[in-house]
Design a protein around this ligand. Sequence first.
Ligand code: ADP
Ligand code: ZN
Length: 219
Amino acid sequence: MSARLNLVILGKQGAGKGTQCKRLSEHYAIPHVSTGDILRAAVKSGSDLGREVASIMDAGALVSDELVIRLVDERFKQPDAQRGALLDGFPRTLAQAEALEALLGDDGIKLCINLEVATSLVTERLSSRRVCQECGAIYKDTDIEAISGTCSNCGGDVIQRKDDQPEAIEKRLALYERDTAPLLDFYATRGLLVTIDGDQSPDDVTRAIELAVHERGLA
Ligand code: ADP
Ligand code: ZN
């Protein structure tokens, strides 16, 4: 079996992980696996799982490691993930990173891209962020799609996520520092960490990531 291109994209909320993953997913023809998207889809569908996690997510808290690990395990078994995946929003605790390592075994994470952006900037980005509930397209509050409430991509409703409101933003960023920032050391120790300045144009960020992947002979 050829090696899988498993990439972890790390960074604060609002660092641009989702935007970059959408682009990289097309470029490398591997799926964008966002635990946030998977969980939001469950909430929207009204499944048992969705009902269980809805209030946790709205408050900006983390759902249990056990639950997200199970979701990721299931996702990795899908046919489209056999050549690799872009992991966005997972792992975000050391326990999740360790579980992921155990799950993937020898053909594990090939690189961890850390999108570095100042807290003041991500706070600003998150407060002005609006998203399409159907396709996940991301807009700014000043975009016509946000003002009209209609996605130009799919016609879906464009809304502000509850967790993009001020109190939840603060909570999420604090959790990032406490639970997720330690993963930078986890991947650095394994020689897998590349840090990229996330305060550049989206195109420049994409180029920098593709270069890092290329330099490592990964694709
Ligand atoms: P963000 O990173 O911008 O907060 P995400 O879309 O990645 O947003 O996640 C939204 C919410 O889903 C999180 O605040 C959390 O409640 C839940 N969630 C997503 N991924 C995880 C994870 N790996 N572990 C625990 N909770 C998660
Ligand atoms: Zn849409």
